[in-house]
Design a protein around this ligand. Structure first.
Ligand SMILES: *Cc1c(COP(=O)(O)O)cnc(C)c1O
Length: 457
């Protein structure tokens, strides 16, 4: 607001969900039952749930109204036409294929363009993207700039693609690259943005080698906001204009509407290539549904259509990015190590630097995540050796980073909730020397972080 410095939540609350305030003793018992795995907790036993920002946002009154407007006709429903118009207002690709969430779009795309002998470059593949690329038999290669791999290094666009490395890959293996992908914002790299300038440079390389460029656009609005704030030439432009510039550089996209669709479910795949779209639609019908609803109910298509008009609103984005930055600023000021600067959707605490006395194979990130729940009832997500440390041959290897992600659901928590999170993290930080590592007592063959059971050392 003009002349004032307090950035307020640009909404008020119409309907409330009570939080159950557990005691420390209760949480201690719940942790034991859950095998010290926060995925195994009932969400009612969590006070502030920062496990993910995916599908956990609050819908607006207009979105709830849109649900009521939803039309469940099997083919050609008005909900589909509203969805199509809303997506194409931002991303005017010729072909739009609705899916039940982002990974379904990835599965379809890589089933068609992937396969043995192919390689997909990306700034950093999100885990489901990598899994879908690899499931097709193709290789997933991450080419983020070196600055993007150093948690403590400040850079305005740590999600940028290393254009030199991309050029070298294409020179060496052009015939094997069916498309280049860029993830905005770079979720697995800390939610860091990609600049418009970098996207233009990637586009130029794609043109030179005649390879299509696809966006993994889950957080396109947050990325556009960072472009407007941090890229000199883009200052003062509207978010919608910037998003359309981003779209114009690409040949297609995958999307999870659970992020910047401001919806609880949904996604899509879009592209200009008609022949590719035809093949994708054939798979869509096998696993998702008819091309005018994909894997979604008509009401979901309407909720997304409305969400897309809200997510590019400047007061929403200013609040959104500021809420994450507010949490990061308070923790940074107290010396809590984290990935800097914070990304658009989460603060990533650096457990490696915080808990130097706990070796990687004693899962410092897991120890920190468990302690945040024990002390504050806060649920974050370990992104470190518990998640990535197990190799296919069963051996253990430390992950590159030991992070605990505190992801902010959209429009859900207020400033006092964030203040409470700050207090709890600082409380744990003050007694960090007393934290001890964990061991794994039971684990599945793959994706162990979801179901493994741990014990304190
Ligand atoms: C969430 C996400 C996906 C997958 O979307 P889902 O809707 O969870 O299937 C893909 N890429 C990125 C960058 C994401 O954040």
């Amino acid at each position: 607001m003009e002349g004032f410095s307090t950035i307020i939540e640009p909404f008020r609350v119409k309907s409330v969900e009570p939080l159950r305030l557990t005691t420390r003793a209760e949480r201690e018992e719940l942790l034991g039952k859950a095998g010290y795995n926060l995925f195994a907790l009932a969400s009612d036993d969590v006070i502030i749930d920062l496990l993910t920002d995916s599908g956990t946002g609050a819908m607006s009154a207009e979105q709830w109204a849109a649900l009521q407007r939803g039309d469940e006709s099997y083919a050609g429903s008005p909900s589909w036409f509203r969805f199509e118009a809303a997506v194409k207002a931002l991303f005017p690709f010729a072909h739009l294929i609705p899916t039940h969430q982002g990974r379904a779009a990835e599965k379809i795309l890589f089933s068609v363009v992937g396969g043995k002998g192919k390689v997909i470059p990306n700034n950093t593949h999100f885990d489901t993207t990598r899994a879908n690329v690899e499931h097709s038999g193709a290789e997933a290669v991450d080419l983020v700039i070196p600055e993007g791999k150093d948690p403590a290094l400040r850079h305005p666009f740590k999600g940028n693609m290393d254009v030199g490395a991309l050029t070298r890959l294409l020179e060496a293996r052009k015939g094997e690259v069916p498309l280049v992908m860029v993830t905005i914002t770079n979720n697995s790299g800390g939610g860091q943005p990609v600049s418009l300038e970098n996207l233009r440079a990637v586009r130029a390389v794609c043109d030179r080698f005649q390879v299509p460029l696809f966006l993994d656009a889950c957080r396109f609005a947050e990325n556009a906001w960072f472009i407007r704030e941090r890229e000199e030439a883009q200052r003062g432009r509207s978010i919608k204009e910037i998003v359309r510039d981003i779209a114009a550089l690409a040949d297609g996209m995958t999307m999870s509407a659970k992020k910047d669709g401001l919806a609880n479910i949904g996604g899509w795949l879009a592209m200009n290539d008609g022949a590719l779209a035809q093949k994708c639609r054939e798979l869509l019908i096998l696993t998702e549904g008819f091309p005018t609803y994909g894997g979604l109910a008509g009401r979901d298509l309407d909720a997304i259509a409305q969400g897309l008009s809200e997510v590019v609103d400047e007061s929403y984005l200013r609040y959104r990015v500021r809420a994450v930055e507010y949490l990061a600023d308070k923790l940074c000021a107290a010396g809590v190590p984290m990935v800097e600067p914070p990304g658009g959707h989460a603060v990533y605490l650096d457990a490696k630097r915080m808990l130097r006395h706990i070796p990687p194979l004693q899962y410092p990130g897991q120890a920190l995540a468990v302690e945040l729940y024990r002390e504050g009832g806060i649920r974050g997500c370990e992104i470190g050796t518990a998640m990535f440390g197990k190799r296919p041959d069963g051996s253990e290897q430390p992950a590159a980073m030991e992070l605990v992600r505190l992801a902010m659901p959209r429009r859900v928590y207020t400033q006092s909730h964030v203040d409470f999170v700050v207090e709890a993290v600082l409380h744990v930080f003050a007694r960090r020397e007393s934290l001890r590592g964990m061991r794994i007592v039971e684990q599945p063959a793959s994706l162990r972080h979801f179901t493994a059971r741990f014990a304190p050392l």
